[in-house]
Design a protein around this ligand. Structure first.
Ligand SMILES: [Zn+2]
Ligand SMILES: [Zn+2]
Length: 148
């Protein structure tokens, strides 16, 4: 097999995505062993995924802001806090599922309800502290994907 970019040069590696042959020069073009079309494909997917996630954070914040569900008689003006908590649930979800990969497999209906409620609270709780980092990380990844 020869390099797809240099038909006279023998391939020493294969593109991780499409398995086309790459010569030493082409195999070292990017951090991962990828041909240019596959690299661009991954870059595009990275940009789309991170943009989508950022939009989702913003939408969730707006939903929480408008619901203002944390409001009580003593403190009726909790728009930003409400928005932040809803947004934090997604952050917590991303954070927890990247670190702990536990799943309940069997259970009765009530157990499932408790399980999901517990998870929701766990996400909200974890997300409350991690939201600035996970959102910052998403922005960082988006910028990196656009610039590379
Ligand atoms: Zn490829
Ligand atoms: Zn080549």
């Amino acid at each position: 097999m020869n390099c797809i970019n240099h038909p006279t040069v023998a391939a020493v590696a294969q593109c991780a995505d499409c398995s086309k042959g790459l010569c030493p020069d082409c195999a070292n073009t990017y951090k991962l062993i990828l041909c240019t079309p596959c690299y661009n494909q991954r870059k595009k997917a990275d940009i789309i995924n991170n943009t989508y996630r950022l939009v989702l954070y913003i939408v969730l914040f707006i939903v929480g802001y408008r619901l203002n569900f944390m409001a009580s008689k003593g403190s009726p003006d909790t728009y930003i806090l409400s928005g932040y908590i809803i947004m934090a649930i997604l952050s917590g979800y991303v954070f927890v599922n990247n670190i702990i990969r536990w799943k309940m497999l069997v259970g009765t209906g009530v157990m499932w309800m408790i399980y999901y409620l517990f998870k929701l609270f766990l996400y909200a709780f974890v997300g409350f502290f991690t939201a600035p980092f996970t959102i910052g990380w998403t922005i960082f990844k988006l910028i990196r994907a656009i610039r590379k």
